[in-house]
Design a protein around this ligand. Structure first.
Ligand code: HEM
Length: 457
């Protein structure tokens, strides 16, 4: 479906004075932002936070302007990126020349050829990690969804990031440290304008998580500093680039990129896959169709990458999952020069917030936006849609480098679980809603009971 923004004369953005609704905002910031976006109906909205006035941009044409057509003018800089700079430094998550350099080194690791060669390792790791659910299934013991999805994702991502260069003890240290970072950054993420000198909840846990990450990653870099060896993994690519004469790259650069890749690949994938289960639980007919497709294509076998192109409905379910819960739900840009969006003047230095979560829930862009319906992602519907009606992975030069890795991983995990078990969600404590943080986690722990299917493997 395409939406026509029309040619606007110069106009004012709809202003939303958040300080007048501060109690609502503090109680449930996501609901309040969604209310504002719905009221603005795709027009540019101005959030009045007292000290700052970011614009919220949701219309597909406007998003395209910021992320793609005028990407040179809308950069990743400013207050909202500050909490992330401490984590990622001058890595692929930065901007300008530092970003370009890291992108040049990492892009080849994500080529279709390399990902294909990684895919067998990924499938093996996933089948093995999923098989470990046999024990709780046999005992009738419910599993907690987020940590279990996290365990499966980490076991898989480790192959992509480090190949066979990491020791089990190092991986075991990194996983809980990353979890600490992901959860403790929430306040800094929500209140980026609060200076570091003012302590916020989570600061101490964040510092501790970072210490463990740094210690472990620097140890690894040290071990491979003078001999990167062979491998298709990200770590090898970074070490080789560092060793190249005259590159000027150092251990910090390798560490910054490892941390950036680790953080962007694990938290996002884990949280997205966690949302899958409440979605499927609500609509057994979707699960039934998935099960029938998987039974026909995979049957009694362990899932392999070659199965995936014959599982179109699995793909559609994952695409719809990221429409409802695009876990990289908001990302800011700052304007370098004066311009206008949808007729609204934007001055140099002003912040623009781009949110796939909000665009994906606009009634003018999506019919029945709150309904989980994988039928939206048939090939015909995909062709007819505005490029920026759906952008869980962003767009333009910063478009997610790991999107094919995610798709393959998520499709393999969903298929591996449904081909082995019949999961049912334990009753929840009221409605399952998204809670704001660096990503969009559910507001409560979710539990699945798994019934093992009759299988010869
Ligand atoms: C559900 C899964 C994922 C979602 C929703 C997601 C979302 C995004 C989004 C929205 C951006 C754009 C940020 C911006 O424009 O400022 C991005 C960038 C990025 N993503 Fe992902 N991502 C996911 C998985 C992954 C995975 C699995 C990897 C790595 C294996 C990855 C690595 C990256 C990197 C390195 C960037 C920065 C690219 C650049 O600036 O050039 N992501 N991601």
């Amino acid at each position: 479906m395409s939406v026509d923004a029309g040619a606007f004369p110069t106009r004012r953005a709809k202003n939303f004075p958040l300080y007048t609704t501060v109690s609502r905002f503090v109680r449930d910031p996501l609901r309040e932002i969604l209310r504002i976006s719905t009221a603005a109906g795709g027009e540019v909205a101005r959030l009045d936070l007292g000290a700052s006035h970011p614009y919220v941009v949701t219309h597909p044409d406007h998003v395209q302007q910021v992320l793609s057509k005028e990407s040179q003018n809308f950069v990743r800089d400013g207050t909202f990126w500050r909490p992330l700079y401490g984590l990622f430094g001058d890595s692929i998550m930065s901007e300008y020349a530092e970003w370009e350099l890291s992108k040049r080194v990492l892009q080849p690791v994500f080529s279709t050829r390399t990902i294909r060669s990684l895919s067998d390792h990924m499938a093996r790791a996933i089948n093995e990690a999923v098989r470990q659910l046999d024990e709780p299934a046999r005992d009738g013991r419910p599993i907690e969804v987020l940590p279990e999805m996290g365990r499966i994702v980490h076991d898989t991502v480790i192959k992509v990031l480090f190949g066979d260069k990491i020791r089990q003890a190092e991986a075991d240290r990194l996983i809980p440290a990353m979890e600490r970072l992901a959860t403790s950054i929430a306040f800094r993420f929500l209140l980026p304008f609060v200076p570091k000198s003012i302590p916020l909840p989570g600061d101490r846990a964040f510092a501790e998580g970072l210490r463990v990450m740094d210690e472990t990653l620097y140890e690894l870099v040290e071990r491979f500093r003078y001999d990167a060896g062979e491998g298709y993994d990200i770590f090898t690519a970074l070490c080789k680039a560092r060793m190249t004469e005259g590159s000027g790259l150092d251990d910090h650069w390798v560490r910054d990129n490892l941390l950036a890749m680790w953080a962007t690949s694990t938290e996002t994938t884990t949280v997205a896959l966690t949302w899958l289960w409440p979605m499927l639980d609500r609509q057994p007919e979707i699960t039934g169709r998935l099960r029938a497709e998987i039974e026909e294509v995979v049957g009694d076998e362990a899932v392999r990458p070659e199965h995936l192109h014959r599982l179109p409905y699995v793909k559609q379910v994952i695409q719809e999952l990221l429409r409802m819960y695009p876990v990289g739900w908001i990302f800011p840009r700052i304007a370098l020069a004066d311009t206008s969006i949808g007729g609204v003047p934007v001055k140099a230095g002003q912040t623009v917030l781009i949110s796939p979560f909000l665009t994906h829930r606009l009634g003018s862009v999506w019919e029945r936006p709150l309904e989980f319906d994988p039928e939206r992602f048939t090939p015909e519907q995909n062709r007819a849609r505005h490029r920026y009606a759906y952008y869980p992975f962003g767009g333009g030069p910063h478009q997610c480098i790991g999107r094919h890795v995610f798709n393959m991983e998520a499709e393999l995990i969903l298929t591996a679980i449904l081909s082995r078990y019949r999961p049912s969600l334990r009753p929840t404590d009221g409605p399952v809603e998204a809670r704001i943080g660096a990503t969009l986690r559910p507001n409560q722990p979710l539990y699945l009971t798994l019934e093992r299917l009759e299988r010869s493997r």
